[in-house]
Unconditional design. Structure first.
Length: 135
């Protein structure tokens, strides 16, 4: 007796028996700027140089998880809007809660160029470029 298997039948067998690859974890990025911190308010921007600020850290994942940590806490949560176009991955989180003792919820937008690994963060008071890595 001769058996002939097609790729389709092997694939169906794998799915039915649970022989599939485990899902890969979501892609994550960690971003910082240790050289300067740019804040903009009331029509003007200021640049703080090293020694005058504690670097912020932005973390993003492809499922919309986002966190922006500054000084004594973080704004963290799930993005309300996720968009990918070409090399760009953008998230917008509205009213992300603050984890520190003093602070209010914040709307945060972040766009990452996945090719150059540079992100820009916009909040009510920051317009901040960052360099990103994948952990």
């Amino acid at each position: 007796m001769t058996y002939k298997f097609s790729i389709f039948s092997v694939s169906v067998f794998a799915v039915l028996t649970g022989c599939t690859s485990p899902p890969s974890p979501p892609m994550e990025w960690s971003c910082r700027n240790t050289v300067a911190e740019i804040s903009c308010q009331d029509g003007a921007c200021d640049v703080a140089m090293p020694g005058d600020f504690t670097p912020m850290e932005l973390t993003l994942d492809e499922d919309g998880g986002m966190s922006l940590c500054a000084y004594s806490g973080c704004w963290s949560g799930k993005a309300d809007k996720i968009s990918t176009a070409g090399n760009y991955f953008s998230v917008i989180g509205l009213a992300l809660p603050w984890s520190g003792t003093d602070g209010a919820p914040e709307d945060i937008s972040a766009t990452l160029n996945m090719k150059t690994m540079v992100a820009t963060v916009l909040t009510d008071s920051y317009a901040h470029p960052m360099v990103c890595t994948t952990p």
